[in-house]
Design a protein around this ligand. Structure first.
Ligand code: THU
Length: 159
């Protein structure tokens, strides 16, 4: 079932703007997302860092996409879990559709949520619904709060 998510604005009954959002939308299945992230983590390829990561996100159409980190002997080539998730999103979206992410959860080897690195916040932003929520230990937080003043497609010259 598609999720009806409006833009973030002062009247949004669920999302409070600010560094943290203490009152998450009740319809987001956070536990299901965390389990999907844990499943993805079990497939991680992290022999160099021993830091397996799994990420999962809910799309506005109600699908869950996920990914795990994939490391490389050439360390700098490591793919974060979010890279796999975005790859799956793009690969499995209906042809011609622009499916956006509305909720995101990530887990590493330590208890509690793992916050996406800076590069991955940028990756997520490109495919985020304007009110994408990120699971944090203090509750759901807007990606726009975690990556303010972000560079985006609108900053590119239109050819
Ligand atoms: N990692 C992710 O998969 N996502 C992040 O947002 C942060 C870091 C991975 C990359 C590397 O394989 C391991 O965690 C240790 O940095």
């Amino acid at each position: 079932m598609p999720y009806a998510v409006g833009h973030v604005h002062d009247c949004d009954p669920f999302v409070q703007e600010g560094p943290m959002t203490p009152h998450p939308p009740t319809e987001i299945p956070w536990e299901q997302l965390r389990r999907a992230a844990q499943d993805a983590r079990s497939r991680a390829y992290a022999p160099y860092s021993q830091h397996p990561v799994g990420a999962a996100a809910l799309t506005h159409t109600g699908r869950i996409v996920s990914g795990c980190n994939v490391e490389n002997a050439s360390y700098g080539l490591t793919l974060c879990a979010e890279c796999g998730l975005i790859g799956e999103l793009v690969k499995t979206s209906a042809a011609g559709s622009r499916e956006t992410l509305i909720a995101f959860a990530c887990v590493g080897p330590n208890p509690g949520p793992l916050l996406p690195c800076g590069r991955c916040r940028q990756l997520l932003m490109e495919h985020a619904h304007p009110s994408l929520l990120i699971d944090t230990e203090r509750g759901p937080s807007l990606l726009t709060d975690l990556l303010p003043f972000a560079f985006g497609p609108e900053d590119l010259p239109h050819l």
